[in-house]
Design a protein around this ligand. Sequence first.
Ligand code: GLU
Length: 307
Amino acid sequence: MALSPSFQPVLERIAADIAAAPGRGRPADYIPALAEADPRRFGMAVAEPDGTVYGVGDWQQPFSAQSITKVFTLALVLSLEGEALWEHVGREPSGNPFNSLVQLEYEHGIPRNPFINAGALVVTDRLHTLTGDACGTLREFMRAESGCPGLAFDERVAASESASGDRNAALAHFMASYRHITNPVPELLSQYFRQCALEASCADLARAAGFLARHGIRADGSALLTRIEAKRVNAVMLTCGTYDAAGDFAYRVGLPGKSGVGGGIIAVVPGRCSLCVWSPGLDERGNSVAGVAALDRFTTLTGLSVF
Ligand code: GLU
């Protein structure tokens, strides 16, 4: 396929389509600090493998990355311990809400995949054990890949989630009862809530996801993952990345993607580009309404998809 000279015209067109569309969903309110977000905000960025970024709307506005960070912690753990991770977490879609407890008991405390909360807690636990500082490792990686040295965690959001985090605490304690968590639960939860509270813009996250478009190669040219490992992370994003709506997301968008309850979604066209879209209004499954619509428009207008 011929490379388009620039993604800018297509982004402008998508922004105009989104501005004209009714209905934006509602911001997440189970984390009080996220409930204040304005659902009319919309931004989108596309990063090419060389780091060139195109953007529209609020594409430079930092927002709460939330579960988008789960892609990066997964990649970091895979880079450190490879396949051993899969002894602790599965890689099948759950078909259940992201914070569900029921499946975990039937399946002996092994979470279905790394992107539901239980699985992400296991991944963060691994990262913390392997590095001694899960959040510090994530922050340095995100700063390096995004080219934004100021990326940081919003401690107010982390505290807000911690104060309302009984469900995540229940998941962590339950897994600890099976010895699937090695760090003390309060320490793990504090790492996990900070991780989710990473503040970054669409431009930052599109660039930071670039290693998945470059088949595992970091911004500085070194390898984080092998080509096969990068394929696997993309595959888990495709099948498990958008809560219990991953089938619908694949149907509409046709790309590996990972959403967060802050209203962001990252997506990858392997070999071609990485994207991030943000709009805080969510549908009932937790995915950004305008975000999914914008990615749907992107793959329709450009023909860029993994299918
Ligand atoms: N920090 C959120 C939680 O654990 C992340 C959820 C999400 O973005 O999917 O509930």
